[in-house]
Design a protein around this ligand. Structure first.
Ligand SMILES: [Mg+2]
Length: 175
């Protein structure tokens, strides 16, 4: 059995450098103080980023920029093994970034691995991205000992839907 630490990204792990509310340029971001220390308390967890990217659907950023933004977060925070993001409002699409020295991305193919039930459920507060991440693991996931950290009620709802304990980002960072 393995344990997973799911991290919302915006407002939980990263913030803009410019002070803007949302990241619209990929490199306008920095890791929030306390995040690295908080992650270090979970040495046996798989660290996974989970982020809605409705800015793509809203026309605020391109899909390419959303991918570059997640790649840059993985460079800034190499503890992140994977990031899943949902670019549309209907929760029908999901992209996965992985790292193995090189960061790669791919659109999730819902035809594979019985993932069809999660298509349309990817955007938080639904839990499709979490369930897809769990489905990618080669070992069974211990949900009770896993954790979801976020800064918004949609994160709390997503965790509840996936039967994973939840913690608020400010409490988790502890600073
Ligand atoms: Mg957030």
């Amino acid at each position: 059995m393995i344990k997973m630490l799911f991290l919302d990204l915006d407002g939980t792990v990263r913030r803009t450098k410019s002070g803007a509310t949302f990241i619209n340029a990929p490199k306008d971001q920095e890791i929030i103080p306390g995040v690295a220390e908080a992650i270090a308390r979970y040495p046996n967890h798989q660290i996974i980023g989970i982020t809605n990217q409705g800015g793509v659907a809203a026309g605020k950023k391109s899909l390419e920029d959303a991918i570059a933004e997640q790649e840059y977060t993985m460079q800034l925070l190499p503890q992140l093994l994977e990031i899943y993001f949902c670019p549309d409002y209907e929760g029908k699409q999901c992209y996965r970034l992985t790292t193995d020295n090189v960061i790669r991305y791919a659109a999730i193919n819902f035809e594979e691995n019985d993932l069809q039930r999660w298509q349309g459920q990817c955007r938080k507060p639904n839990c499709g991205m979490v369930e897809i991440a769990v489905a990618q693991m080669s070992l069974k996931v211990n949900r009770e000992e896993s954790l979801f950290v976020g800064d918004r009620s949609e994160d709390e709802q997503c965790a509840a839907a996936a039967n994973i304990p939840f913690m608020w980002a400010a409490d988790w960072r502890g600073v």
